[in-house]
Design a protein around this ligand. Sequence first.
Ligand code: PEP
Length: 247
Amino acid sequence: MPKKLAAGNWKMNGLAAELSEIDALTAAHPDPSCDILICPPATLLSRMADRTGGTAIKLGGQDCHEAASGAHTGDVSAPMLADAGASHVILGHSERRADHGETDGLVSAKAGAAAAAGLVPVICVGETLEEREAGETLAIVGRQLRGSVPGALSTLVIAYEPVWAIGTGKVPSIEEIGEVHGFIRAELRGMGAAFDPGATPILYGGSVKPGNAAEIFAVADVDGALVGGASLKASDFSGIIASLEAA
Ligand code: PEP
């Protein structure tokens, strides 16, 4: 069984004042029965690491470059994230794919770089509304998985995030979530890769809130959530964590 994971993606949100949210989160979950991951902006990573040392809270980046170092102004490498205190890195988020033209091949290269730096890649896949309405969801998710996940990885996390559900308040039906998560598990098993497909957490992401988390976590092959907006406040994220612990 995969270890359950509640992951928060702060996106481009958070100044020094928001570090108090991490203090509240660590205080609320001294001994959680699931993994808890916060991915703050890179500017807060090392300051957050100073506060989460010795606690159960893990930290991650939101992206990394595919090279370890070099002339890439404005980019952050996987070894830099690890050096700042990260254990994970989100890769291929739909906002990166849309805003920065990231392809499956680039996401795969970044995943390899992350693993080489000792980070666990959290690889995001998901269909647009047009693709869902055209009945292409499984084809798109399958293509993204095959293109974005290097078979040489020994450890990874998959996040299924329908693009149309991110930040919109819209959530797929329980049946739709179950169908895609079951499909992802089967695809992982079919890859014949270095990682253990049965132990790979598959997170759902897209408008997860304290009020809908329990029913989502009850779905087969949903091993946790990648949460945007509701991860910014410890009080909201704690409710989601509590639902995951109870699932
Ligand atoms: C996300 O950005 O990964 C996400 C799921 O956002 P939200 O929870 O705000 O929909």
